[in-house]
Design a protein around this ligand. Structure first.
Ligand code: 5AD
Ligand code: SF4
Length: 474
């Protein structure tokens, strides 16, 4: 009963948004007549895959409204979909915003909108209100489905429109979205995060965990597959806790088994699992599956049990390593990647050496390393013993060196093998080459032309170059 009521509400909201799309469309047509040219919009995305997927939804709505999409910020409507996970993401947004001011001087009807994680922070909105008055619209992560309505309000107002929600329990289905790639797509399976790692701002800006109904997810993927998609990436901040709060709870492993059954779908990926609740059931499902890629991104953050405790990660160094062992035992050709933070408050040389030790034992195919960034409002921001910059830098360099050496060794293992590759694009540097992705997420460059884009082909891996390969089609 409850589920039906929610469904109807979601359908009503979708209908309402389509009405706003129509109203905005009329405006765009009118304006195009006046100017004697098409109106162009540019969506710029900062941050993670979640944001990239959100941007596809923004682009979908903009296209339905009638905007032509461009990569050039000197246009009629610029949207920054922002990230706030580390301070440098914020700094970049402010820099770019300054630049937009000049474009707007030339083109006074230009609109500028900001959305995404950074906008969920009150001090950011305050700063924009005071210093970047050329912004027209600010909204957050929870009301992105209302984009058309917000644009409509903006078109009918001379003032900066700000609409930020603290949290939501709503998921609105069936809005337009425009994929960046025709053959692969991200699919949100859940939103928000309940983990509260002490360094992380995400739970504060993305709200509490909400899972989409398995039926809606399957239906979306079926539609995508019918439209040419061969690979999906199931997205959530902590995919292992998928389905816990549904009326009829479902585990992530069960969801994967259902997705696997979709005919025509060839590859399944997911991002991101949390080591504390990566189940043996999931490892089993992966090891048996024909479609789930043998790649697990398993964020370590730190190898020191002491620091992990302060980070509120809820696993120890030993538990993490034993999980890695279990995964490697059941899925021998698995590719493991990770995220590591260097310089968390209180990190001693000994703690850091624990991180190095895990890196050596886990043998990652690649790793993203981050310098700890203080996020206002998180528990870690007020912890004692923040680490001096030069100490952090020196540790960071040591870690990077170790990681690069190991990933080079790991990639070499596949040389002289023939593997399946999903061709994604023309090579950026050399147009006689295409770039494709192996099941283990590594990239291969090989001679072929554009007609192969979107296809899965066998490629012989001739040479390993650190974290990518040079190959040859067989
Ligand atoms: N400082 C540095 N890195 C961070 N991450 C998240 N929050 C911070 C922070 N405050 C990193 C984590 C996470 C990745 C997406 O970003 O490693 O896994
Ligand atoms: Fe993604 Fe995190 Fe950045 Fe938000 S803050 S966009 S969830 S990386």
């Amino acid at each position: 009963m409850m589920e039906n009521k929610e469904k109807n509400l979601s359908a009503l909201e979708t209908e309402k948004q389509y009405e706003y799309i129509q109203k905005c469309r009329e405006y765009v047509q009118q304006k195009e007549k006046e100017l004697g040219r098409t109106l162009k919009a540019c969506v710029n995305t900062f941050g993670c895959q979640m944001n990239a997927r959100d941007s596809e939804k923004l682009v979908g709505i903009l296209e339905q409204i009638g905007y032509e999409i461009t990569e050039n910020e000197d246009c009629d409507f610029v949207i920054f979909n922002t990230c706030t996970v580390r301070e440098n993401a914020n700094t970049r947004v402010y820099g770019r915003l300054g630049q937009l001011k000049n474009y707007k001087k030339k083109n006074p009807h230009m609109m500028i909108a900001l959305c995404g994680c950074m906008m969920q922070e009150p001090h950011v909105v305050e700063k924009i209100k005071n210093t970047y008055r050329h912004v027209d619209l600010i909204f957050g992560t929870h009301n992105i489905y209302k984009f058309a309505e917000l644009i409509y309000n903006c078109l009918n107002s001379d003032r900066m429109i700000i609409d930020i929600w603290k949290d939501t329990d709503k998921i609105v289905e069936d809005l337009p979205s425009e994929r960046k790639y025709s053959f692969k797509s991200g699919v949100n399976i859940m939103f928000g995060c309940n983990n509260f790692c002490s360094y992380c701002i995400v739970p504060y800006v993305r709200g509490r965990e909400r899972s989409r109904n398995p039926k809606d997810i399957i239906r979306e993927i079926e539609t995508l597959v019918a439209d040419g998609v061969r690979e999906v990436m199931l997205l959530g901040q902590n995919v292992n806790s998928y389905g816990k709060n549904l009326e009829q709870p479902v585990t992530f492993a069960e969801l994967l088994s259902e997705v696997e059954k979709i005919e025509g779908l060839e590859r399944i990926r997911f991002m991101t699992p949390h080591p504390k609740d990566l189940s043996d059931e999931l490892i089993d499902v992966m090891s048996r599956s024909e479609k789930i890629c043998h790649h697990i991104h398993l964020p370590l953050q730190s190898g020191s049990t002491e620091i992990l405790k302060k980070m509120n990660r809820r696993y120890t160094k030993e538990q993490y390593l034993s999980l890695v062992e279990r995964i490697r035992e059941k899925i021998p050709d698995v590719s493991l990647t990770t995220d590591i933070i260097v310089g968390f408050p209180g990190e001693t040389e000994e703690d850091f050496l624990d991180t190095m030790d895990v890196v050596r034992k886990a043998r990652y195919d690649s790793a993203y390393t981050f310098i700890y960034s203080k996020r206002t409002g998180t528990p870690a921001a007020v912890m004692e013993n923040q680490i001096p910059e030069e100490v952090v830098k020196e540790r960071f360099d040591r870690l990077l060196k170790e990681i690069q050496q190991i990933s080079a060794e790991m990639t070499r293992k596949n040389v002289n093998k023939t593997m399946k590759v999903l061709v994604e694009s023309l090579n950026e540097q050399d147009e006689s080459l295409v770039t494709g992705r192996l099941s283990n997420n590594l990239l291969v460059h090989f001679k072929a032309d554009v007609s192969l884009i979107g296809q899965i082909v066998d490629v012989y891996l001739k040479e390993a170059k650190g974290f990518y390969y040079i190959g040859e089609r067989v």
